[in-house]
Design a protein around this ligand. Structure first.
Ligand code: GCW
Length: 694
């Protein structure tokens, strides 16, 4: 393929070795290893410091440098591990490329394990993947053959991760296939691990809890059964023989129809500890997910806490409980899950979702760092003021043997990896925050833009004044506002989960057929009726507020002190409820929906003005996605306002733009979409995973 001079399909991500301004560097390193070799190569390929400078790489243990941290000093990168050196190299090069000053000092990672969780199926499809098929798995007769092309892609993937500090990946969907653990598939896992290793990435696998019965020929998968325990011990040994630095297992158990220890009358702790017992001798860990809820048990937002708090103190030290940031499910906005800080004797790790399942998928431009920053900086008050989620999980407050953070990957085979050029920023941001959970979204956006859309042609690496003023600043502002805009046009003021059936993309506040689990339908969450709207989680309602430490409990419990952004999360309020800012709840709702839409229109203008500064391919791709985002934001606004208006019986405030769609048409179009989806599924004879009944 002949590419035009400026063709840029985005494959190089933020790693664009400058083809100009390159300067020679003299790298001195006494030790040798595959990791150090990469470190040296990276320096030689991208050095933009003083021409002919010497740089010493010193691997020597130093108690101030933790784990894979490093120290940048004059003419030296020092680390306790080879990988620390590599991270130091990437930090130095990033600073050179962004024109930031090279700060001397020690840089330690916030978390020991910084992982991507791939929800990749063994047939190559990806659950909630919007950027093409899996980079690890595919369908067909030759699906397990490892090609040179595979290896090249895995190497590029590993390099991109290492460059932002990500050091592990779970390679398959948490809705796991038992086949994952068969020798055929493990052979491919070994091949992947071999490519990822020199970049410091460990591989992990999601496992199906019933594997002993499904593929081991046993009559049970009861975690206390000696035969089952032996089976897992043997399986773990087999894995470590192939992959000596294997990271461990990720487990979704007794959740959304997945098997688990409760099927045998055992607890989550029994299940996790049994696996941890097998992995422990090899240094492996178990990441046990807390994403559990049953229709029979009332408010879904309360269930993870109710189920896991009684188990605090019962988990082995190589078990980490993995909890989503919010108590429900990766919504555009949720309060933090009350598990954080409350499980004091257990390691708890945050699970973030990089793939934008509920945030416009690979169509909407939504920069997620502000959402993660809001979450990490949320104060749990568990150990007094300042007990942020970040500090509750990174080992600052509780003595945890292991610390970790995971992000559900948004990576697929698309040329630009993530489907949307700006979705790459979310992969980047996850890595940067996993390395340093105190970074600001602003800093991350700034770096990412400079690295991803570098100055071309001028011979300078640093952004010119014009480029900064006309491109960097407005684009950065657009990124920083984009998440709040999405919240506004989708579900402002604490509304949540009002998506239509199953694909979690468009609005469906009306969608609630009787044959579907209630807690999978929007009416369960918004509770709209003539008397008001919102989910009552106060002490008079589901009492979810009581899972939060004071002063949060009281603050959330009273609509007068509850932050507006969580108002309808915690309260069911009349349509004419008077907001803190004056005006009624109904008017405020309308204003938010409209503001979100107007903001996307403004993003279109911002981007059009960026044209002179961007290559035509990425410019056009983003421009066209913004158009679609705008059409969708309009649909969100119209659908939600017209639907809720049936109950509020009030006019849309006269000073905001009127809806342009009819409610019946929107509902009809949505029904048609759902029907054709079901039809296709029936034709493929593909049972809906979510048809599991409790
Ligand atoms: O967000 C929901 C998704 C499911 C997912 C589940 C989970 C992997 O809709 O597709 O399944 O959460 O996190 O387990």
């Amino acid at each position: 393929m002949v590419l035009s001079l400026h063709a840029d399909e985005g494959h190089r991500l933020w790693l664009r070795s400058p083809n100009q301004n390159l300067r020679p560097v003299n790298v001195i390193c006494s030790a040798q290893s595959a990791v150090l070799e990469i470190a040296k190569q990276e320096l030689e390929q991208s050095w933009q410091g003083k021409s002919g400078a010497s740089l010493v790489l010193t691997v020597q243990s130093d108690e101030r440098i933790r784990g894979d941290g490093f120290r940048l000093g004059p003419g030296e990168i020092r680390a306790s591990t080879d990988l620390g050196i590599l991270y130091g190299v990437y930090e130095l090069l990033r600073r050179q490329q962004t024109g930031e000053s090279v700060r001397e000092g020690i840089f330690n990672p916030s978390y020991e394990r910084r992982l991507l969780n791939h929800w990749d199926n063994l047939n190559g499809t990806i659950e909630r993947g919007y950027a093409g098929h899996s980079i690890f798995w595919r369908e067909g007769n030759d699906s397990l053959t490892v090609t040179e092309q595979d290896k090249t892609l895995w190497r590029e993937y590993a390099r991109a991760n290492a460059s932002v500090g990500i050091n592990g990946a779970a390679l398959n969907n948490v809705n796991a296939s038992p086949w994952m653990l068969t020798p055929e598939y493990l052979g491919r896992v070994k091949a992947i691990a071999d490519v990822l290793r020199p970049y410091g990435m460990q591989v992990y696998l999601s496992i199906k809890f019933s594997s002993p019965a499904l593929i081991g020929g046993l009559s049970t998968s009861d975690p206390l059964d000696p035969g089952v325990i032996q089976w897992w011990h043997d399986k773990v040994k087999e894995i470590y023989t192939l992959i000596p630095d294997f990271g461990g297992f990720l487990v979704k158990a007794n959740s959304e129809g997945q098997p688990g220890p409760q099927d045998f009358g055992r607890t989550h702790a029994d299940g996790a500890n049994m696996l941890a017992g097998a992995l422990g001798p090899f240094g492996g860990i178990v990441m046990w997910r807390a994403f559990v809820y049953k229709t029979s048990e009332g408010d879904r937002a309360k269930q993870a806490y109710s189920e896991f708090i009684p188990l605090d103190g019962q988990f082995r030290e190589n078990v980490i409980v993995q909890s989503k940031n919010g108590p429900v499910d990766f919504q555009p906005r949720e309060p933090f899950s009350p598990l954080f800080g409350a499980m004091k004797k257990t390691s708890v790790m945050p699970e973030l979702q990089i793939t934008q399942e509920y945030l416009g998928q690979s169509i909407h431009l939504v920069f997620l760092a502000p959402m993660w920053e809001e979450f990490l900086k949320s104060d749990t008050f568990q150990e007094g003021k300042g007990s942020t989620v970040a500090r509750c999980t990174d080992g600052s407050l509780f003595p945890q043997k292991h610390t970790a953070i995971a992000g559900v990957s948004n990576i697929g085979l698309d040329a630009n990896w993530c489907g949307h050029d700006f979705a790459q920023a979310n992969w980047y941001a996850f890595g940067r925050l996993a390395w340093d959970n105190t970074l600001t979204s602003e800093q991350i956006a700034d770096e990412w833009i400079k690295l991803t859309f570098p100055e071309t042609g001028s011979g300078s690496v640093v952004f010119s004044k014009d480029r900064t003023r006309q491109f960097l600043n407005p684009v950065k502002q657009m990124m920083l506002e984009s998440r709040e805009a999405a919240v506004d046009y989708m579900m402002p003021l604490g509304l949540h989960h009002i998506f239509s059936a199953d694909d979690h993309y468009g609005p469906g506040p009306w969608w609630g057929p009787r044959f579907v689990r209630k807690d999978w339908t929007p009416p369960y969450y918004h509770q709209a009726e003539p008397g008001g709207v919102g989910f009552d989680r106060t002490i008079k309602g589901s009492d979810a507020v009581s899972q939060y430490h004071e002063p949060l409990k009281s603050q959330f419990n009273d609509p007068k002190t509850c932050p507006d952004m969580f108002l309808l999360w915690f309260h069911h309020l009349p349509w004419d409820y008077e907001m803190k800012s004056g005006g009624t709840l109904w008017d405020a709702l309308c204003t938010h929906y409209d503001a979100g839409l107007q903001q996307v229109r403004a993003f279109q203008k911002t981007w059009d003005r960026a044209e002179p500064w961007v290559d035509p391919e990425r410019f056009t791709a983003v421009q066209s996605k913004l158009r679609e985002q705008c059409r969708n934001a309009q649909i969100w606004k119209d659908a939600c306002l017209l639907y809720f208006q049936q109950f509020s019986r009030r006019p849309v405030p006269y000073d905001i733009e009127r809806p342009v769609n009819d409610l019946e048409d929107l509902i009809q179009a949505d029904n048609d979409r759902i029907m054709s989806r079901f039809r296709r599924r029936a034709e493929r004879n593909d049972p809906d995973r979510k048809d599991h009944r409790e």
